[in-house]
Design a protein around this ligand. Structure first.
Ligand code: BG6
Length: 462
């Protein structure tokens, strides 16, 4: 029987956790400028007003608490830890002449500690940490200047950390550029053809990913590089052919991106779709060669919810990661209206593995919920149920022969929600005493789900 080993771990991102925005010469990321209003991901913001509160500037102060946090990680018993580097901590303006030594040294300390504790780092180079100054200077990722700036940043990280880090993810959820463009540095608001602008940005990220793979391998042949999409199974609402077609249409955005990452080229159908939509991608021959020669070693994805597609515009809408589709009458929802579908994670793995036959990673999967502290404890049985049911399906997928290289649940610590900027939407195994207004002691308290996952992890080592 074929059964691949899977590394089990947990995840955070720098932008949502690190804080220390004004420490160590860090520059602003776009997230540091986003206010906490509902429409935050859909707006471009001016430089922060120093009297207002910006949740991502503080995160949960991992910058100051990392030693205590890594100690907790060790107690948890993870094999791997997915985290990200804040580009604006390494190059405060995105393309400075020299990298910021204080920023580089900060991650040195983190990787040293992880390795000393036997925890394998999985490092994302760009996860909502887009240098604000670069966005102002060149506009967004639709501009080719970003490829050179990003690859220089990536190369700086490979050169500095490849003795301790071997698993790299170039970009978090590349398809976010199509749905929440302004939050990942796509200047869609100043474009006359928004769809073209988003796809050009995606293409430039794909070109940057390919160049980064080449650089990573040149620095250390042991480096393995993957990239990430957000992937959800898309169910047609009914067996009406129109609904099935609609599901296929929605699915094609994520798969167009994954096809380039894995196969090294756009499919003919994707190129035809672009042409029909008047999307004229600027793509040099050199880039095309790079795409075909430098392909990912693994494909990473997040999974939060499945999506239902309907050709009926009046169908009741649902929410979800990136977008929600319509309501699924067979499933329940989180407090934020995201569909909860444990079997969906197995379907997601099967679909991706059948199509790509490449090692996969689930690098985010978890439940955003309001937690209550009762006598100093957090009894989050709802999160335990979510994790237990999803992990059971992941185990079934592994048993079926799917090569899942790593599973890192989201998230290790409570963190600032990417879409809403709230602290009260908590994902962590570890509670952090901090509220939406930035008040609290920052005390860390392992929740019941921490103890549950700890037990699960112990069994995986046997
Ligand atoms: C993913 C992001 O899209 O969704 C994470 O990569 C994010 O950064 C997660 O936290 C959950 O979304 P939200 O908006 O609830 O934080």
């Amino acid at each position: 029987m074929i059964k691949y080993p899977c590394m089990w771990g947990t995840a955070i991102s720098a932008g949502q956790c690190e804080g220390g925005c004004h420490k160590g010469n860090k520059g602003y990321s776009i997230g540091d400028t986003q206010s906490n209003e509902r429409e935050r991901c859909f707006k471009r913001y001016p430089l922060p007003d120093e009297h207002a509160y910006y949740a991502m500037q503080k995160g949960v102060e991992f910058y100051e608490h990392y030693e205590e946090d890594i100690q907790l990680l060790k107690e948890l018993g993870v094999q791997c830890f997915r985290m990200s580097i804040a580009w604006s901590r390494i190059f405060p303006h995105g393309d400075d002449e020299e990298p910021n030594e204080e920023g580089l040294a900060f991650y040195d300390r983190i990787f040293d500690l992880l390795v000393q504790n036997g925890i394998e780092p999985i490092v994302t180079l760009s996860h909502l940490e887009i240098p604000y100054a670069l966005f102002e200077k060149y506009d967004g990722w639709e501009n080719k200047h970003w490829i050179a700036a990003y690859t220089r940043y990536a190369d700086t990280c490979f050169s500095r950390y490849s003795d301790r880090v071997h698993l790299w993810i170039t970009f978090n959820e590349i398809n976010m550029a199509l749905y929440l463009p302004l939050s990942v540095g796509v200047g869609v608001d100043r474009s006359e053809h928004q769809e073209e602008c988003c796809w050009q940005a995606v293409h430039n990220m794909l070109a940057a990913n390919a160049k980064a793979i080449q650089l990573a391998k040149a620095v250390n042949a042991r480096n393995e590089v993957g990239a990430m999409i957000a992937y959800s199974p898309i169910y047609p609402m009914t067996c009406r052919p129109e609904d099935v077609l609609k599901a296929d249409e929605i699915r094609s955005n994520a798969l167009t991106i994954a096809d380039v990452l894995v196969h090294g080229a756009y499919s003919d159908t994707a190129l035809n779709r672009f042409e029909k939509a008047g999307i004229d991608l600027k793509m040099s021959e050199e880039e095309q060669t790079l795409l075909s020669e430098q392909r990912v070693d693994f494909l990473a994805t997040s999974y939060y919810n499945s999506i239902v597609a309907s050709s009926d515009d009046a169908a009741v809408k649902a929410s979800g990661n990136l977008f929600g589709g319509v309501k699924n009458p067979y499933l329940t929802e989180s407090e934020w209206g995201w569909t909860i579908d444990p079997i969906g994670i197995r379907i997601c793995l099967k679909e991706l593995y059948d199509r790509y036959k490449l090692p996969l990673m689930i690098v985010e999967n978890g439940l955003g919920a309001k937690d209550e502290v009762i006598d100093g404890q957090i009894h989050d049985e709802y999160r335990i149920a979510y994790l237990r049911e999803h992990i059971n399906e992941v185990l079934k997928a592994i048993d079926e022969g799917i090569h899942l290289k790593a599973y890192t649940m989201w998230s290790f610590l409570d963190l600032v929600s990417a879409s809403s900027g709230e602290m009260k939407k908590r994902y962590g195994l570890v509670y952090v005493d901090l509220d939406n207004e930035g008040k609290g002691t920052l005390k860390r308290i392992p929740k019941d789900s921490f103890k549950w996952y700890q037990k699960f992890l112990k069994k995986q080592h046997i």
